[in-house]
Design a protein around this ligand. Structure first.
Ligand code: MRU
Length: 356
């Protein structure tokens, strides 16, 4: 996909590294305010990840990689042993911000390997190498999304209705998104289709982010509340589902935003193809099945209040799991940067990494 694609002029970047400083787009303020917030401390970066100012599996990996540089910037006078220890400590701290997206730990491992692989003993030089690695992770993420766009776009045909859930868009990555990448490519190729974006309770990523970013790019997008999915499928509006993911594991089970499992079950009932789009950085071959994926449980206050307005009585008991796991048998295919993986997933995923 060309660098000056329609998207790159329409949606603000979620992450920028400028003059040795990290800026994150505060996604909690979207779509009303577009604010890039300078990150001055590693604690601020941790909070930005935790509070979903920066969100989406690939984006939090990139943000944490730069966040580690923020943590180390004023520490290059430390003796090398202490510096290396600090890298591990801050990498662990950033990983702890959110447990489900594997990209966070993946990015921290890459950063930590830079330190482990060197016999240099000057922290200032190693710090520069860490900045180089963070920039590489960022650039690679752009390329991964472009690959997903190429692989997934042929699935989208004239006149289709495509459902998506949460925001696996440009905002959730460095550019183009994952679930949305094939949509941007098909749109650029002149294919006419409709996207149905589920609002995605409780934090409304579909309403606030997906419907905003796709409309800004000129894509025909219609917002639905989550409980409309069955009706829209039953009434023939949906030909395909494409979602993103926070972690695909070795047997092909997929963790994604809460509500995804219900959509996958519905899609199966109505015989609608259900695709998952993700870069290889979201695939965790060390975890054997979805039962072992850590599911983030967030504060109940997020569902007692809806963006400032209280909707349930004080003291109401709540549950707030942020993700669910869709079993691989409900997945029609995993769209990656270098091809589509289909069942049997254990074999397909293994071959995918063997081929890399
Ligand atoms: O809680 P969020 O907003 O970070 O959840 C994001 C999702 O569930 C996305 O679908 C997933 O991270 C893929 S982003 C390309």
């Amino acid at each position: 996909m060309p660098d000056n694609s329609v998207l790159e002029n329409s949606v603000p970047l979620s992450i920028e590294w400028k003059n040795d400083e990290l800026y994150l787009l505060d996604q909690t303020l979207l779509p009303h305010n577009v604010v890039m917030e300078r990150q001055e401390t590693v604690e601020q970066v941790w909070q930005s990840i935790k509070m979903l100012k920066v969100r989406g599996a690939p984006a939090i990996g990139v943000a944490a990689a730069y966040g580690l540089c923020v943590a180390l910037k004023d520490e290059t006078n430390l003796p090398i042993g202490e510096f290396a220890q600090l890298v591990e400590e801050k990498a662990g701290y950033l990983t702890s911000a959110r447990p489900t997206a594997v990209n966070l730990g993946w990015a921290m491992n890459r950063m930590s390997k830079v330190v482990k692989a060197t016999d240099l003993d000057d922290p200032a030089v190693i710090y520069n190498r860490l900045i180089g690695e963070a920039k590489r992770i960022h650039e690679e993420d752009k390329a991964l999304s472009k690959g997903i766009a190429e692989v997934g776009a042929p699935l989208i045909r004239e006149g289709m209705g495509i459902m998506t859930h949460c925001n696996a868009g440009s905002l959730a990555t460095s550019i183009l998104g994952t679930a949305t990448a094939p949509m941007y490519k098909a749109y650029e190729d002149g294919v006419k289709f409709k996207v149905y974006a589920n609002e995605t309770r409780p934090l409304l990523q579909g309403a606030r982010l997906t419907s905003w970013e796709l409309a800004k790019a000129g894509i025909d997008v219609t917002l639905l509340t989550d409980n409309m999915a069955a009706h829209m499928m039953a009434s023939g509006h949906i030909d395909m589902v494409i979602v993103g993911t926070d972690r695909v594991v070795a047997n092909g089970d997929v963790a994604n935003k809460i509500g995804t499992l219900g959509i996958a079950i519905l899609a199966n009932y109505y015989e609608i193809p259900f695709f998952v789009a993700c870069p290889s950085s979201t695939i965790d071959m060390d975890t054997q099945s979805g039962d072992h994926i850590p599911i983030e449980e967030r504060e109940g206050d997020e569902i007692i209040h809806v963006f400032g307005a209280q909707v349930a009585a004080n003291g109401t008991q709540t549950r707030n799991p942020a993700f669910d796991v869709t079993p691989s048998k409900l997945v029609s295919g995993i769209i990656t940067e270098s091809g589509m993986i289909t069942a049997p997933y254990d074999q397909g995923l293994k071959e995918f990494f063997e081929g890399k």
